[in-house]
Structures are given as structure tokens and as C-alpha cells.
Design a protein around this ligand. Sequence first.
Ligand code: FCB
Length: 450
Amino acid sequence: MRFPEGFVWGAATAAYQIEGAPDVDGRGPSIWDTFSHTPGRVVNGDTGDVAADHYRRYRDDVALMAEMGLPAYRFSVSWPRIQPGGKGPANQAGLDHYARLVDELLAKNITPVLTLYHWDLPQELEDSGGWGARDTAARFAEYAELVGARLGDRVPSWTTLNEPWCAAFLGYASGEHAPGKTDPALSLRAAHHLLLAHGLGTQALRGVLPSTAQLSITLNLAAVLPAATSPGATNAVRRIDGLANRLFLDPLLAGHYPVDVRQDTARLTDWSFVLPEDLPVISTPIDFLGINYYSPTLVDVGPGNDGPSPWPACENVVFVQPPGATTAMGWAIDAQGLRNVVHRVHEQYRPIPLMITENGAAFDDELGVDGVRDDERIAYLRDHLTVVREAISAGVDLRGYFVWSLLDNFEWAFGYEKRFGIVHVDYRTQKRVWKDSAHWYRQVIRTNGW
Ligand code: FCB
């Protein structure tokens, strides 16, 4: 198995999941500080206060990436480090940190791929309405401009938002993520304002970045399949595909919202938060689309669960556990889902280069005297990379792949219990130990395949 020359190999992390140091260098609180410190929100009461202590250990971590031969590193900037309250002038100490990180990466020939928003909204902005408020989109564009102006000369690839679906629907509908709201109508507004933030942020970045800069957004696209051959199941697929995929892909790549999603959710909202001038902003051209993929989604018609759901107005949809093996998250392992999503974008939207910006798996890794045997993770990565390679052969313009994650980290509502890293982190000592998958990945990078 050989990948095309120039295929980008990388690994990904996110600020709140690895950095720790919540009150260092003038950082303000984010919604994830508030949420994780609220009893009952995160397994074991875990918080990101220390995490993998990467804010202090970034030099060692970059050295580790260099040892792995990693050509690219996807990380996120913590907005409240740049603007502690989400507005106003930049906090220089915060910007300095990311400038040092970027310099360190470049010194080791690792390409920085920077995400501006991986869910850590400054708490003050949440207090004035969060993503439910239109103004938050304008604030995001100002933040993007501050970071772009400082790092634009050294960072070639930029991503505005990571997984706006999660930010909107886990954050404001099911409440599983910060800020923990359970208001389906609000979550649809939030989705729109996130997309608007992406558009305004892209325009702001274009104004300050060199013309060679590559701009993008990362979506967690779902491979939605019917659990039965019935009109009800087909309709359930349409409903979930609408909210998971088309609600984002259509405005970004085709300049309109899906009519059926607007109709399906009409009893919750009249969508008057969408102004006529917003769609041209949201569809501002980007240079590539980031796709995160973990597991397929199987649906049918039936009585859904009572209680908060991340799927507004989908009370008649049930989620069916696909047969077969799962990861420690309980997520079905099926690389065909990745094939489904990349072909879908390739075939149904305008031509756009794609990057897999996250893919990986949590397993119950055990640290032994000589490292971590994680054959299941290697198999997972190999299967998904095989699909990537096949898609490229079939003509899909797929440019790169980032493993989630470089390090074990704070897995949001699951805290430290779920380990996604190819490098093991002992949270007591902060010692990093390569899992077998890290050794394997180094070899894959070296030989551009296996
Ligand atoms: C994605 C997130 C990432 C990580 C993985 C497992 O939804 O973007 O931060 O938590 O899931």
C-alpha cells in the first residue's frame, strides 16, 4: 500500500483536551472550564485543569512529534488565551505561546495546521448568549483576525471551526457538552451562528493572511444508513442526514439551507435568524474541507428516547447499534462509513480538496513494562487508511490524514477514562510512552504506506 507523493501525514489534538494551565499568562475561563467544574457533567468529575500539561511541555511534545517523523500537526488555539473575555485587544502573552509553539514546529520541519475554535468559547461570550447570539459570530471574526495577523506568516493551513454539529447540538440541544443547554430551537440558531462565524472568520482571515494560505472548516460528517428496508427507515435516514450533513454542507458548499430540514424543524423555529445576506458569507470559498470520521450511524423509525436529544424534531427516529466490534466508546468499527462520507462529498458537491482531520479509536490500553500493545488501534487505523487510499484511486481529491490523537487526553464528557492517543500519557507523572500504534505510524509515514 503506497500513498501518493505529497500526501500529508499528521496527528491532531485540541487545546482544552491537552493544555492544562487554565489560569496561566492571562487566560480567561471558557465554557469547558465552567462545564467540567459543574458536578455531574464529566465522568469522575475530571476537568481540563492539568490535562496532558502540554502548555508547559510543548517543547518536549514537539520533540516527540519530530521523533515520530510527523510531517504535520493539527492543534487548536484557545480563544480565551487570546481574548480572555472574548472581545477586545489581544492578550500578547497568549499569542506569544502559540508563536513559540509554531516556531518550535517549523524548526523541526512540522507543518502547523491551526484550528481557531475547538469548542472552548470564552465564558463571558456565553454569558451574553453564546452561539445563540448573532454577535458571537462577529466576535469570532475579530478573534480570527488577531490570530491571523500574528501567525499568518508562518502557518500555511487554517481551520475556522472544528465540528460545528457538536458545538451546536451537543452544546445546546442534548446538553452533553458545554455549555450544557437543552433547548432544541436554540441549538438551530447556534448552528447558524457557528456557520456565520465560519464565513465571517474566513473573510477576516483572507484579509490578513498571505494569498497562499489554505483555509478550511472541519465537519464531523455522518455515514447514515437505514437499519431496515422500509419507507420509515428511509425517512429516518433523510432526517438525520439532513441535520448531520446537509445542514452544514449545503450552506458551505452550495450557498443554501436544505429545505426539508427547515420544514422538519418549522414547529421549533421560523429560522428568522437567517438573514438574506448570511448565505453568501457562509459560502465564502474555502480551499479544503476537513472531515472527521469515527463510526457509522444506523437509524430506523420508532419511538425515540424521552429527554434531551441532539437531534431537534427527530422524536420518531431511533438509533440502532450496528453489529460487530466496537471501540471503548461503544462506537461500531466500520471503515466503509469513511468511504461513504468522502464519496458523498466528492459526488454531490462542487469539487473541493478533502483532508481527514480526525480519525482514530479509544481502547482500554494497558501500560506494560515495555509499552502498550494496541493491535486493535493499529487495525482500526490500517482499515481506515486503506479506504482513504482506495478513495484516492477512485478519484476523490483526498490530500491528507490526521490521527486522533497524538496523546491521550481529556475526552470531553468522558474525561480521562477514554484513551485515543497513539502515545500513552500517565496523568500522575505526565510521562509519555509510545504505544505500538505510534511505532507503526512512524513506519507508515517513513515509507508512505505499508
Ligand atoms: C471529536 C472531537 C475530538 C475528539 C474526538 C474523539 O468529535 O473533535 O476533540 O474528542 O471526537
